[in-house]
Write a protein that binds this ligand. Structure first.
Ligand code: NAD
Length: 436
């Protein structure tokens, strides 16, 4: 396949080297003449293990080309990869100038070309960019329509500098966001020999997947360093502590606690976070990321309460009050805080939680919930169908099924699903997901 790559930076050059190695014919396009000269002579403009050898071999085989002229680079192309830079502007926003220019150049080529190469955007871009910026730029300069006349895919790159060839060859996943159904078919075909899970997504999903990865990596490093600071202050080896932390692949290095839902709560996480932060303060250790966690968690509660109040409900129903389903522990349950806030706004609240029996509550659990909600027994209802009088129903626990939600939806209730009930009809009238 003849593949044209816009942007001879780290991503573009490594991709070129690996695609040539895989048997493709690659032309690099870049406005920087010195980079183009290097590549045209089989030399690498970036230092990355393994790349020089692959480019030299590709050059000898006559399958590596480079040009500063986009039209020359695109001539006869089957697929175009756009991997130009997307740096930060002074205000932190993403600078899409190079992406827009490349898109216009591709569009100008398409206007006069008979072939229709698949367009693959690899640059990291914020969600919505391919649909709102790149596709219109190509359509305007080509006079063609995406989906009908040309196909576009957002294909995030997961390589790391220093091990980029290795990462290209052994990717954690192959992700393609499709501008139109089936657009990724030609892209996946070039990976037929690669052993990695494939994900065919919507454009915006695939754009966000890339940010998820990089943000999570940044959070992981910061988390490890902040805990490491406490370890050193406590006179222990932070790496040894991290080894044990990482050895737990059930709760720590696992999908647990990584799916969007509602705020955390319960008898341990809020209290232990507070104690750790106070201890850090006493030891003059700065842990700004961990210090911001409680504020972020409280914001989840504020945002939900505002979302509920925006529907101007008279009565709000809640499925679940304890901090999680199947227990009766309401200490620092975020749902107790939501109920209290709604009551404070003059909204009536009815709660169904089969795990909570007011007559069986004891100790701190009882006194805390009583001080927050007064006479809990007056808010609790024994059966789910007793929530029929509610205007808005919050699904906090997965103790009702999709059929119950469908029934409420049919009867004009507003349902806000915090639990991600499986099989629910997301487009049903009145249904809202907390993060979907
Ligand atoms: N570097 C990484 O490790 C990495 C990993 C994954 C994803 N990414 C993302 O990939 C993209 C590229 O990153 P990079 O590090 O390779 O960038 P880079 O800055 O090293 O290279 C970008 C290249 O694009 C060229 N360019 C600018 N306008 C052009 C145009 N109109 N036509 C052709 N070329 C043009 C520049 O001259 C430059 O050579 C970015 O969005 C980045 O966030 C980077």
């Amino acid at each position: 396949m003849k593949i044209t790559i816009f942007g001879m930076g780290y991503v573009g050059v490594v991709s070129a080297a690996c695609l040539i190695r895989d048997g493709h014919d690659v032309t690099g396009v870049d406005p920087i003449a010195s980079k183009v000269d290097d590549i045209a002579q089989g030399r690498t403009p970036v230092q990355e293990p393994g790349v020089a050898e692959l480019l030299a071999a590709g050059h000898s085989a006559g399958r590596l080309h480079a040009t500063t002229d986009p039209a020359v680079g695109l001539s006869g192309s089957d697929m175009v990869w756009i991997s130009v830079g997307t740096p930060s502007r002074a205000d932190g926003s993403i600078n899409l100038a190079a992406v827009e220019t490349a898109a216009q150049q591709v569009g100008a080529y398409l206007k006069q070309a008979s072939g229709r190469p698949l367009i693959v955007l690899r640059s990291t871009v914020v969600p919505g960019t391919t649909r709102r910026v790149v596709i219109p730029a190509i359509e305007q300069s080509s006079g063609l329509a995406a989906g009908r006349d040309f196909q576009i895919v957002f294909h995030p790159e997961f390589l790391r500098e220093g091990s980029a060839v290795e990462d290209f060859d052994d990717p954690p996943k192959i992700v393609a966001g499709e501008g139109s159904s089936g657009a990724a078919d030609r892209l996946f075909a070039i990976y037929s020999r690669y052993d990695a899970p494939r994900f065919r997504l919507q454009l915006e999903e695939s754009e966000l997947v890339k940010y998820c990865d990089n943000l999570f990596h940044a959070v992981k490093v910061t988390f490890a360093n902040e805990v490491g600071a406490m370890a050193r202050a406590a006179g222990v080896d932070g790496r040894r502590v991290a080894d044990v932390f990482c050895a737990d692949t059930k709760l720590n290095i696992s999908p647990r606690y990584l799916r969007p839902g509602f705020a955390f709560g319960g008898s341990c996480l809020p209290k232990d976070l507070r104690a750790f932060l106070r201890e850090a303060e006493l030891r003059s250790i700065r842990v700004p990321m961990l210090a911001s966690v409680a504020e972020s968690n409280l914001h989840q509660i504020d945002a939900l309460v505002s979302r509920v109040l925006a529907h101007r409900p008279k009565v709000v129903g809640m499925i679940g009050l304890a901090f999680k389903a199947g227990v009766d522990d309401m200490r620092e349950s975020p749902y107790v805080i939501v109920a209290k806030r709604l009551l404070g706004e003059g909204v009536a609240v009815k709660i169904h939680d089969p795990g909570v029996h007011p007559d069986r509550l004891i100790g701190a659990n009882k006194s805390l919930v009583q001080s927050a909600l007064g006479h809990l027994e007056q808010l609790l209802v024994a059966r789910v169908d007793e929530l029929e009088a509610c205007d808005v129903i919050l699904i906090n626990h997965s103790t009702v099924n999709a059929a119950v939600i469908a029934g409420w939806s049919k009867r004009g209730k507003r349902v806000i699903d915090l639990a991600g009930i499986s099989g629910v009809e997301r487009s049903a009238p009145g249904y809202e997901g907390i993060a979907w």
